[in-house]
Design a protein. Structure first.
Length: 94
């Protein structure tokens, strides 16, 4: 039985996740090579996905919907939207 703050707790927590998930992130193309039709980001992401799928059941990523080229790249590789969210920052006031 678990004890939370000294009190007995009847439910056991779920501690094991069966699905191996990897996250793809921080992929960027140098500004000098953007928009030239070279497919550098697509090729890089495709290669990274191949590597990640050797140990993962699923790959996730976050992308701003306003970055059309990135969204098109990810959709072309087979990614799809499963959730949308807002991002916020908490800033200390002086």
């Amino acid at each position: 039985m678990l004890s939370i703050e000294g009190q007995p707790h009847q439910r056991e927590p779920v501690l094991q996740l069966e699905l191996a998930v990897q996250e793809l992130g921080n992929v960027a193309t140098h500004p000098a090579y953007r928009g030239l039709g070279l497919g550098l980001a697509t090729a890089t992401c495709a290669r990274l996905c191949q590597e990640l799928m050797e140990t993962a059941d699923e790959i996730t990523l976050d992308v701003a919907a306003c970055i059309a080229a990135a969204v098109a790249c990810y959709w072309g590789l087979g990614f799809s939207t499963f959730a949308q969210y807002e991002q916020a920052a908490f800033v200390r006031r002086s």
